[in-house]
Write a new protein. Structure first.
Length: 398
């Protein structure tokens, strides 16, 4: 059976010339302007109980280009402008499907600076990429090669807050294919002292990337606070702060990529806990540490890599008492404060490491779900035992 190639984005850094940087900056501004104009038009139509789709906003874009006030939209490539209208259409589709909030206007200072080009907006030949409205190819740092014979379908150019320029090329990667099936499974318990604790007993130390640069970041933020708003010195200080944040994020992302790739390659089934990180960061005592651990990004990477390589990720209900349940006899402990790292079961006398025990319980209940499809819900009335068990019809004695 033929397998469908996975489309994958290859992101590279590049160094534009002054003319290219100016052209891209104008494009970013026009994309933001068109997006906001289209969103305002659709919002006004919504207030009149009318519906405007992508085709209507595309016609509006043509009319805007003919006005004297918005004539500058003709100076940049039309492809990114059309793409931003498609992105707005996708945002409304997600809103009506109740998968996202109502689309918001793009801010000049806070929104991401990016522009997307389809095949009609760029030329990729012999390892060089030239965008529309440009005469010279981009000076790309090819840190890794594209797949052999790959032809990008879309190209996204972006600039981060630290002033770095990136280009992402979306193309099919035939090297990504399902791995041979194995019979290994692992339960994964995330934490703060240890980033991950596996059901095998292995513990992976939390690198705490933000803590390593905390003093440098605080010093840069103090210098930024002393600069006059709107001044050139404040812009320079802001970029220094952004560079520190970028350094932290890059290190964190690199570690997570290595961990998730290793776990997906070694195990067929991976069981994690369905945590609501958005609610957990409301705890101001632990918010900084939880954000630095980046549990949501870890889960996202694990899920899409599992889909790539034919693995299975099972998310156990967040209310499942994995830490308080004895993995040996199934006895449930009433309370388990955070400072308790080891405990002894009153039923069987087994001494447990809190995190290892939680990972083993997650694995057990995850395999139950995988085997019989039972729902993973917490113990609420009857203590002891697993919260998800295989449902069988009881036999009646004759």
């Amino acid at each position: 059976m033929a397998t469908t190639c996975v489309k994958r984005a290859f992101k590279y850094r590049f160094h534009p010339t002054d003319a290219q940087a100016a052209e891209l900056s104008r494009t970013f501004g026009c994309v933001r302007k068109v997006y906001n104009l289209a969103l305002a038009a659709r919002t006004e139509a919504w207030a009149r109980q009318e519906r405007i789709n992508y085709n209507a906003t595309s016609a509006l874009l043509t009319a805007w280009k003919k006005t004297g006030e918005l004539a500058y939209l003709n100076e940049v490539s039309s492809v990114p402008l059309q793409q931003c209208l498609r992105h707005l259409q996708a945002a409304f589709t997600n809103f009506f499907a109740k998968r996202a909030r109502y689309p918001r206007f793009k801010s000049k200072k806070k929104s991401k600076k990016s522009a997307e080009y389809t095949t009609s907006g760029f030329r990729y030949r012999d390892g060089t990429l030239t965008l529309a409205k440009m005469t010279e190819p981009l000076d790309i740092v090819w840190s890794r090669p594209l797949p052999e014979g790959a032809q990008p379908s879309t190209v996204t150019v972006s600039q981060d807050a630290a002033g770095r320029w990136f280009v992402a090329l979306l193309c099919e990667d035939p090297a990504v294919r399902p791995l041979p099936a194995t019979d290994t499974a692992v339960g994964i318990d995330v934490g703060l002292t240890h980033l991950l604790t596996l059901s095998t007993g292995e513990k992976i130390t939390n690198p705490r990337h933000e803590r390593r640069d905390r003093a440098r970041l605080a010093r840069a933020q103090r210098e930024l606070s002393r600069k006059a708003k709107g001044s050139a010195n404040r812009a320079k200080a802001r970029r220094r702060v952004a560079r520190i944040h970028a350094r932290i994020a890059d290190r964190r992302r690199d570690v997570l990529h290595q961990l998730t790739t290793r776990l997906v390659c070694e195990n067929q089934t991976l069981v994690i806990e369905d945590l609501t990180v958005r609610n957990m960061v409301r705890n101001h005592t632990l918010a900084r540490a939880i954000s630095d651990a980046s549990w949501s990004e870890f889960r996202s990477m694990l899920e899409y890599k599992a889909a790539w390589y034919g693995r299975e990720v099972i998310a156990v209900d967040r209310f499942f008492p994995s830490s308080r349940l004895c993995s040996a006899c199934g006895a449930l402990r009433e309370r388990m404060p955070l400072h308790v790292r080891t405990w002894t079961c009153g039923g069987c006398g087994t001494t447990h490491d809190r995190d290892v025990n939680a990972a083993q319980n997650l694995l057990a209940v995850g395999l139950t779900v995988s085997a019989c499809g039972a729902g993973v819900r917490p113990q609420r009335r009857t203590p002891g035992g697993q919260s998800a068990v295989k449902q069988e019809t009881p036999r009646r004695e004759p």
